[in-house]
Design a protein around this ligand. Structure first.
Ligand code: GLC
Length: 404
């Protein structure tokens, strides 16, 4: 069996982290399979996939295509016009890229092509050699992005199967792709050895340029890319409203990651928001920290605050695996992977008051934090193993490869 993976980026956001877990799981369970990856930019994904023994090549997107995002659609008329101009500017270079991708796919001659990222779903479907099966791995709700949905619908007859990261995304994908495409929900996994309760920690205060917090300080952090819907503002507002007897310090961990324009906030914007809320000295901005597991272990409470339904929420699963107390914005796939009150506390997306109450509950009750952390780790060991992830994918790949 030979699988060719196509990734729209070499950076490692959630979708790429999930891909790395899958590659690691497949390497372990199917050592004889050939795994190859084409990434549309250089970055940590490339190095880490190589370390796993995957044959990787970087086939960089032209700049106009890399920058193209569909976030602007559905907003102002002006945004739509700008988007239209960008699509036109990207069309020629995208066509040339398609030809190059087609050549690479012919050379690689895979049994199955697995695409990660909207641009690769589309380009991979168009560049696919005859009789090669294409599987789209959907990590987000295409139905919420009009351009994405329209593109996928148009290419759906070139795709043989869709895998989604949750049942919630599967329902959306079925609506977008229509009745002829089989959709398989498969939850992500985490590396339970790396994301474990014990191991190295990091100095979040130093990274944030803050004086060292006292020993009794409860550290509460939002670990996320700077996409606008990840709820940074809700988190900051909750910290500003917090009524807790404990000494709480907040941390915003992460940065702007992707190349698409306008879909992300900047650290300056967030610092301004924090200052306006009177949070100076009470919240630190660490920037991107490569060792996410060490970050989780340093935090007492990990907050997830997405304002839109979260497709899966890898950070939630990672925090649970590290035995941390987590607070989850309960919608979409994120609501599927936790049991409220048992292995997580939940709040309604966008409700800063409810989030503040959940933070206060955990900040004030160490026993509760410990109990939640233990329950989270147990859930992770049961539900988020790489073995389970690989097993479920292997059966989809095998069905595709043997289908006539
Ligand atoms: C995307 C989703 C996120 C998910 C990740 C991995 O980044 O937005 O919810 O955890 O993909 O599937």
């Amino acid at each position: 069996m030979k699988i060719l993976f196509l990734s729209s980026t070499g950076q490692t956001g959630g979708a790429e982290a999930a891909l790395l877990d899958l590659l690691a799981g497949l390497r372990a369970s199917q050592p004889q399979w050939a795994l190859a990856l084409v990434a549309a930019s250089d970055g940590p994904l490339v190095e880490r996939a190589r370390t796993l023994g995957v044959a990787v090549r970087v086939l960089s997107f032209p700049a106009s295509l890399a920058r193209l995002g569909d976030w602007a659609l559905g907003r102002s008329a002006w945004a739509r016009v700008r988007m239209g101009v960008r699509v036109l500017a990207a069309a020629g270079p995208a066509w040339l890229y398609l030809q190059r991708l087609r050549r690479v796919m012919r050379q690689e001659a895979p049994d199955v092509v697995h695409t990660n990222g909207l641009k690769m779903h589309v380009l991979g479907s168009w560049a696919r050699p005859a009789r090669t099966r294409v599987l789209w791995h959907l990590h987000d709700y295409a139905g919420r992005r009009p351009l994405a949905a329209a593109l996928l619908r148009r290419c759906a007859d070139r795709c043989s199967a869709v895998v989604t990261n949750s049942r919630s995304v599967a329902e959306d994908a079925a609506r977008v792709c229509g009745p002829d495409v089989t959709v398989h929900p498969i939850w992500n996994a985490v590396d339970l050895g790396r994301f474990a309760p014990h191991g190295p920690t990091v100095d979040l205060d130093q990274l944030s340029g803050l004086p060292a917090a006292g020993p009794a300080t409860v550290r509460v952090g939002l670990v996320a890319t700077f996409a606008r819907w990840k709820g940074h503002r809700v988190f900051l507002e909750a910290l500003a409203r917090l009524r807790s007897s404990a000494d709480v310090r907040g941390y915003v961990v992460g940065g702007a990651l992707y190349e698409t324009d306008g879909s992300q906030m900047s650290i300056e914007e967030l610092r301004r928001d924090a200052a306006a809320l009177g949070l100076d000295g009470r919240v630190g901005f660490t920037g991107v920290v490569s060792d996410a597991a060490a970050v989780m272990r340093t935090l007492d409470v990990v907050v997830h605050a997405s304002t839109d339904p979260e497709p899966f929420g890898l950070v939630i699963a990672e925090a649970m695996a590290c035995g941390r107390a987590v607070i989850v914005s309960a919608a979409g796939g994120a609501a599927e992977i936790v049991t409220a009150g048992h292995d997580a506390l939940t709040h309604t997306p966008g409700d800063a008051g409810a989030l503040a109450m959940a933070i206060a509950r955990l900040a004030d009750d160490e026993d509760l934090r410990v109990r939640m952390g233990r329950a989270g780790r147990a859930t992770a060991e049961r539900a988020f193993t790489r073995e389970r992830l690989a097993r479920e994918f292997v059966s989809v790949y095998q069905a595709l490869a043997t289908a006539s």
